[in-house]
Design a protein around this ligand. Structure first.
Ligand SMILES: Nc1ncnc2c1ncn2[C@@H]1O[C@H](COP(=O)(O)OP(=O)(O)OP(=O)(O)O)[C@@H](O)[C@H]1O
Length: 302
């Protein structure tokens, strides 16, 4: 049974249609991603789910309730971390968490949450003295302090360095393992691929695909790319004659072969037969980025 149901959501700001037609269901216990380029309508969608905006059309149901009409009941069950949330500069980390915990009937233990988020050493640090990554982790802690059943996280790792980003992903997986359902907005392909059980890809206010990351990638033409540097010159026809090869292009000393099926085996076998070593050999398979191009006809731009 879905814990979040979004049906034909429509939302405009004056002349701008931010969300044209968005529908998806989120099942209990999953990490559900809303992925799309800047301005696609992701934030507006989750703000409607969080009850912070009123849809102009369509409906949203969270735990069977209306996010605006039943806001008080949902407040204890839904934690929200929105883009660029700010706290007063002088507020210390532990104070912020204790303050937020006091708003809830059955809050999490603030000390344990700080420990889990790697903020234990920052308990007495004022908000203004935290790094970007620490502020981000604090905002996640604040979204979780009410022990919610659902956490809505918008642009979780924007502005974080690669290590902090990976740490945050690990944290989100641990939260999910405790049974919290997570609705995650992202414009990072890698984040979506690594974290999400299922994804709605949104473009220009519409859902253009809804599937698991692997499912989305598999809808793309199953083309593979092989890159290597040959140890000796050879005629392209050696490879283009192979039925598995669709194209061979050269760029400097590097060769790029595209093909399907057992193309890697076919290429390496024929090269070996001609005593050619394929140095720096890499096999590239379709990614979510390729799936996005296939779905929208253009490259995903961050
Ligand atoms: N408060 C607002 N007033 C007017 N227009 C808005 C407002 N908020 C968003 N928009 C516009 O609505 C569209 C969708 O914005 P939204 O923030 O939902 O997209 P997004 O996918 O979350 O983008 P981003 O990744 O940049 O946050 C954009 O064209 C944006 O300029």
């Amino acid at each position: 049974m879905p814990v979040i149901e979004v049906t034909s959501l429509h939302k405009r700001y004056g002349e701008t249609v931010a969300v044209r037609d968005v529908s998806f269901d989120v099942e209990a216990g999953e990490i559900f991603g809303v992925l799309g380029p800047n301005g696609a309508g992701k934030t507006t969608t989750v703000e409607c789910v969080a009850g912070l905006r009123v849809p102009d059309g369509g409906g949203v149901s969270v735990l069977g309730l209306d996010p605006r009409r039943d806001a008080t009941r949902l407040r204890h069950q839904v934690g929200v971390q929105l883009q660029e949330s700010r706290l007063p500069d002088r507020l210390r980390v532990a104070e912020a968490l204790t303050l937020y915990a006091s708003f809830y009937r059955e809050p999490a233990d603030p000390a344990q949450l700080l420990d889990e988020l790697g903020l234990d050493g920052k308990r007495d640090t004022p908000y203004e003295k935290l790094s970007g990554g620490q502020k981000q982790r604090l905002s996640i802690a604040l979204a979780l302090v009410g022990n919610p059943r659902i956490a809505i996280l918008d642009e979780l790792t924007t502005g974080l360095d690669p290590q902090a980003r990976r740490d945050t992903w690990g944290l989100i997986e641990r939260v999910r393992d405790r049974g919290v359902t997570i609705l995650l907005v992202t414009h990072f392909m890698e984040e979506a691929e690594r974290l999400c059980d299922r994804l709605a890809v949104i473009d220009k206010g519409r859902v253009v695909a809804l599937d698991s990351p692997a499912g989305l990638v598999s809808t793309v033409t199953p083309e593979q790319r092989i890159r290597f540097r040959p140890s000796a010159p050879f005629d392209d026809r050696l490879l283009t004659d192979l039925p598995q090869v669709t194209a061979v292009t050269r760029s400097g000393s590097q060769i790029l072969v595209t093909g399907t099926g057992e193309v890697l085996h076919a290429v390496t076998s024929v090269l070996a037969r001609h005593q050619i070593v394929a140095a720096d050999l890499r096999l590239e398979q379709a990614t979510l980025d390729d799936a996005f191009v296939e779905l929208t006809g253009r490259r995903f731009v961050d």
